[in-house]
Design a protein around this ligand. Structure first.
Ligand code: FAD
Length: 279
């Protein structure tokens, strides 16, 4: 039974990441064509911020979904991977579904009044995304699965920290800022785990918060790993995405955000010639 659930939850996560990308594409297509106050709205910084945030969250969602999917394959050969399969699946299923709803909502708002009508796809994307949070087990059910896996029988937290420590150990020097960011995050995760597992009462009280926290930490770790993989390839986007995601999780002091990172992400979004011509 658990295997069947895991299988369909992985599919849910991959589908949710796809829904995130569709929402981003609709928002981008609209933003380059829609003119307001004399300019295409894609030229306005607040619109650019919405688009790049959708882009970063989609990258995070995709990496989460494929972490679970790759582990699904691995676990067929290596039974010891089953705890990580269940754990990464719960985290991926939960966060990708939430992010699919968030991204669809952003798209609807970006398209404005038209977005709310059924003449445009945004409202349907939002409604369709909402089912991703419900079926295959809502957030609370994923949180209960997390609690199960944290029990000594499975040692889920040790498996989780081993995955993140493996990523940290393989980071090249130019990504030292990301190493620091991920190390800090992991320290917070350990504290959150301790509080959640202190007693059965605490577990029920904090399970959902822990689910949210660990899912975001894993997403950050996977973005950092992706940045490390791309280091030296000449593509600065993965490292920019990891830095921008870290800023979403830990907002910098007002006015001190990394603008270079946002510009890199926007350039990546506008790479398609047709979009540049239309803007
Ligand atoms: C369009 C659609 C298609 C579906 N297709 C299928 C299908 O093909 N096959 C199939 O088997 N199912 C299917 N489902 C059912 C779906 O999996 C369930 O709706 C979903 O798992 C939630 O279960 P429930 O509706 O019984 O809600 P409930 O279990 O009653 O949950 C309601 C709320 O209570 C919370 N909750 C429940 N228990 C706890 C707890 N112990 N602690 C804290 N919170 C709790 C849940 O998180 C949820 O928010 C489908 C659902 C939809 C909407």
């Amino acid at each position: 039974m658990m295997e069947a659930l895991t299988y369909s939850r992985v599919h849910n996560a991959v589908g949710a990441a796809g829904a995130q990308r569709r929402a981003l594409d609709e928002a981008l297509a609209w933003a380059v064509r829609r003119r307001a106050f004399g300019q295409a709205i894609v030229t306005y910084p607040m619109v650019q911020a919405t688009l790049t945030e959708q882009q970063v969250r989609w990258r995070a969602g995709t990496l989460l979904a494929f972490e679970a999917a790759l582990t699904l394959d691995e676990a067929l050969q290596v039974p010891e991977q089953r705890t990580w399969l269940r754990l990464s699946t719960a985290l991926a299923k939960y966060l990708t579904a939430e992010e699919a709803v968030g991204s669809a909502r952003s798209t609807l708002e970006l398209i404005g009044g038209n977005g709310y009508t059924s003449d445009y796809p945004a409202a349907r994307l939002l409604r369709d995304a909402q089912v991703l949070t419900v079926w295959e087990g809502p957030a609370n059910v994923q949180a209960l699965e997390l609690l199960r896996l944290l029990a000594p029988r499975y040692g889920g937290f040790q498996v989780y920290t081993a995955r993140l420590e493996g990523i940290l150990a393989a980071l090249p020097e130019p990504l030292d800022d990301l190493r620091l960011a991920l190390t800090d995050r992991l320290t917070g995760d350990r504290q959150a785990f301790k509080v959640t597992t202190a007693s059965p009462d605490q577990s029920q009280r904090y399970a959902r918060q822990l689910l949210h926290r660990l899912a975001q930490s894993l997403a950050l770790a996977l973005l950092v790993e992706d940045a490390a993989r791309s280091e030296g390839s000449g593509d600065p986007t993965p490292a920019a995405a990891a830095r921008a995601y870290h800023e979403l999780l830990t907002p910098p002091t007002f006015g001190e955000e990394n603008r270079g990172v946002r510009q890199l992400l926007l350039d990546d979004l506008m790479r398609d010639d047709r979009l540049r011509e239309e803007a």
